[in-house]
Design a protein around this ligand. Structure first.
Ligand code: MSP
Length: 506
């Protein structure tokens, strides 16, 4: 199946729909969307998957609280997730819900294969269980007897479970980590998992008997597949595993983007399960940092909860500024703090001033000095060549950075075009040159090359700000969606329009 793979496949984790999405869940979704759009812009076949993990994560208590069954609850709340993704212009190719029949249709043959491989046995488990993590915790993981992630009491559980012989994969996983040091990034996550592997793995419970909400194991009706084991399979069931055509084209995933607290599942348990059933492993697992507000993780579980909803920010600043903020300011590889003050300051300094002024200045000069038509680049001197090559090198380097998942750095690198173009205009002073008729060939050169830079920016920034950049593209006289390597804007009639990013007072 692998020889048919021709598509860059990126996934977000599937979110627990115990509540509506918050800024913290929107963050990785926006970043993955940026990466997917970036690859599509570069004409690479891309498949971008997101979805919801409906058999766990507090769905049952949330349903109870609202007087609904779990299935009524997820049907009620999941549309709110889809709505937000639409509002944020998330371009996912599919949205998998683990309550869907197609998920079950993939999970059951996968589980059957796991059983056939001889890696599953019946045993008894006793341990501390956090019902929010949906996971047993070792004594050493608890803080004051509580789950360190949810700050809630854990319960002592003893159950008959089926187990997966994870310990048998210890050596093969170590070898994977040694042979492919970029399998798991960043280094911090890699080191953590590597030392876990060095300490030695224990077998993994993969079914539960005390639950009813979930997917039954194919070999014993009383056993419900443990939610994590089933949820991980979304990455292939959404592609139509075992024999879907998409599965052949997309698998193995190029990258599973995940938060840093769910690394063990994705970088230890999941690869071992794939090895067991004989499927290729994802090429990369990337564990980003958390978005913090006032120093705490934004989450549904009560700690660090914030009242700011993504909708409020989008209403206040616009969709494009929202996306820009999280792509530019979030530090992605590390934890990063979000604050309204920062968003406000960045909006005015970078969007209203840096980019907004560059656009309005350039379009206004084309209007005033060239009757609204972008001139031919009549005179090209070394400053013009400088701007052209600044655009080219930023575009190339940003592509390498996105390939390395350094999204914030990529946006910063593209922004250097904006800064360079502004400095260039200040240096060239076309508004002064235009006072003398003799300079008109040079003025034409300056405006043509600046419009070329804006054309490139509209394309390069379209994965960040899809609506505003489409608008800029049309103001530059082009039709359709921004494209890389488009024809020169010379000869296009421009439209000045309102400020792209009007200043916002605090
Ligand atoms: N359902 C599991 C994932 C299963 S994937 C097979 C889960 N769900 S979750 O809703 O709790 O979290 C989903 C993702 O959202 C995680 O990767 C988590 O790190 C991310 N985020 C939730 N809050 C976040 C922040 N405040 N900041 C960054 N990411 C955050 O875990």
């Amino acid at each position: 199946m692998t020889e048919k793979k021709d598509t860059f496949y990126i996934t977000t984790p599937i979110y627990y729909p115990s509540d509506v999405p918050h800024l913290g869940s929107a963050y990785p979704t926006v970043v993955c969307d940026f990466i997917a759009r970036w690859h599509r812009l570069h004409e690479r076949k891309t498949y971008f998957l997101t979805g919801t993990d409906e058999h766990g994560g507090g769905v049952v208590p949330a349903a109870e609280e609202h007087g609904m069954s779990p299935s009524e609850w997820v049907d009620h709340i999941v549309p709110r997730w889809k709505e937000l993704w639409e509002r944020l212009e998330i371009s996912n190719d599919d949205f998998i819900r683990t309550s869907e029949e197609r998920h079950k249709q993939g999970v059951q043959p996968f589980m059957a294969k796991l059983m056939e491989s001889g890696d599953v046995y019946l045993g008894t488990y006793e341990g501390w269980y956090c019902d929010r993590c949906e996971e047993f915790k070792g004594d050493d993981e608890l803080v004051d007897g509580k789950c360190p992630i949810h700050d809630r009491p854990v319960t002592r559980l003893q159950e008959e479970n089926y187990f997966f012989r994870l310990s048998d994969y210890n050596e093969r996983l170590l070898k994977l980590y040694e042979d492919r040091p970029d399998f798991l990034q960043p280094k911090r996550a890699y080191n953590e998992m590597y030392s876990l592997l060095k300490q030695g793995l224990q077998d993994q419970p993969i079914t539960r008997t005390s639950l009813t909400w979930g997917i039954q194991s194919p070999w014993n009706d009383e056993h419900i597949i443990y939610v994590w084991i089933e949820a991980l399979q979304n990455y292939i069931t959404a592609l139509g595993y075992p024999d879907g055509e998409l599965f052949g084209r997309c698998w193995p995933a190029d990258v599973h983007v995940i938060g840093k607290e769910i690394v063990r599942h994705h970088a230890v348990v999941w690869p071992a399960m794939l090895m067991s059933v004989g499927l290729p492993l994802p090429k990369h697992v990337f564990a980003h940092g958390w978005l913090l507000v006032g120093g705490e993780k934004i989450s549904k579980s009560g700690r660090g909860i914030t009242d700011i909803s993504p909708y409020e920010l989008v209403d206040e600043y616009g969709l494009d500024a929202y996306r820009y903020q999280f792509l530019r300011a979030g530090s992605w590889w590390e934890d990063g703090n979000f604050s309204l003050e920062d968003m406000q300051a960045r909006y005015n300094a970078e969007l209203a001033n840096d980019l907004g002024n560059l656009v309005s200045r350039t379009l206004n000069m084309v209007e005033r000095y060239c009757e609204g038509v972008v001139p031919q680049p009549q005179v090209i001197e070394s400053p013009e060549e400088g701007l052209r090559s600044a655009v080219e090198s930023a575009a190339e380097e940003a592509d390498v950075l996105v390939g390395d998942l350094k999204v914030t750095d990529a946006v910063v690198r593209i922004w250097e075009i904006v800064r360079y173009a502004n400095r260039y205009l200040v240096e060239r002073e076309p508004w002064k040159l235009a006072k003398d008729e003799d300079n008109s060939p040079l003025v034409a050169g300056v405006l043509a090359v600046t419009a070329e830079a804006l054309t490139a920016l509209a394309a390069l920034l379209s994965p960040v700000m899809p609506i505003a950049m489409k608008d800029l593209w049309s103001r530059l006289g082009f039709e359709g969606d921004p494209k890389l390597g488009a024809a020169s804007p010379s000869g296009n009639r421009v439209r000045v329009g309102e400020a792209l990013f009007p200043r916002i007072e605090a």
